[in-house]
Design a protein around this ligand. Structure first.
Ligand code: GLP
Length: 241
């Protein structure tokens, strides 16, 4: 596992953006897994700038987001789909055909998860999985547990995660969803390359656990140590332990 450490969170995100854009230039039809959250905002700002400078850069990409809240309609401003529309999809002119997204309002959520994994398989699997990191070591919405799901599934969110998510729901924890759909760890580990972005002191402990040499489902990100091509982009605060 390689780690690049930068002085600031923005520099870390921009460092990842440079590496990702290089990958896209080499293989314009790359299949990406993409994260949400506050951490990747400067990454998406850098990708929007790149799309503006080279309008052809992303026309052949395929994207699959890691997760979506259950019961939050795609057009709700708090949905991850709205976040992605705002932060990347619209500005980079990604067409509906290029975008894979979980529908947290699907009638049959298990069927929706199966459909998602099938679409990923039909696309040839994930080439590059860009991941964030939860404070408790979660990736996507794979929360610490005795067992983890390999495939896309309905995830029950930890109270600490709901607390962190309240910011997307008017700071009201009571409105933060209890469930989400999440890509499973098996699908993530099936990616050819994994790039993880973690910044800020609140992530330092999870980062240390993810680099510890010990693999445990209690720190889902620690499973990444089993993958042969993982690179971490960190700021000094997240890398401090
Ligand atoms: C959510 C997302 C994760 C993300 C994490 C960290 O739980 N499901 O994919 O990595 O938040 O978010 P932030 O970057 O805002 O700290």
């Amino acid at each position: 596992m390689t780690a690049h450490v930068y002085a600031t969170a923005v520099e870390a995100a921009e460092g990842l953006a440079v590496a990702l854009i290089e990958d896209i230039r080499r293989r314009p039809d790359l299949v990406l897994a993409l994260p949400t959250g506050a951490t990747p905002l400067p990454l998406y700002a850098a990708l929007r700038r790149a799309a503006h400078e080279g309008p052809d850069l992303m026309v052949h990409l395929r994207t699959f987001n890691l997760d979506e809240f259950v019961g939050v309609p795609a057009d709700d401003t708090a949905s991850y789909r709205s976040y992605m529309n705002r932060e990347l999809f619209h500005a980079a002119h990604l067409s509906a055909r290029q975008i894979g997204f979980l529908d947290g309002c699907a009638e049959d959520l298990d069927e929706e998860c199966r459909r998602y994994d099938q679409r990923i398989a039909q696309a040839g699997g994930i080439d590059v999985a860009v991941l964030g990191l939860g404070r408790n070591g979660h990736i996507g919405f794979n929360e610490p547990a005795e067992m983890l799901h390999a495939h896309t599934h309905v995830a029950v969110l930890d109270e600490s995660t709901r607390l962190a998510n309240a910011r997307w729901f008017g700071d009201a924890v009571s409105r933060a969803p209890r469930q989400a759909l999440s890509m499973g760890v098996g699908i993530m580990l099936g990616a050819r390359r994994i790039m993880l972005l973690a910044t800020g002191a609140a992530k330092a402990q999870a980062v240390a656990q993810l680099r510890s040499g010990v693999v445990t489902t209690r720190v889902p990100a620690s499973l990444l140590q089993c993958h042969p091509d993982v690179t971490l982009w960190l700021d000094e605060d997240a890398a401090r332990f």
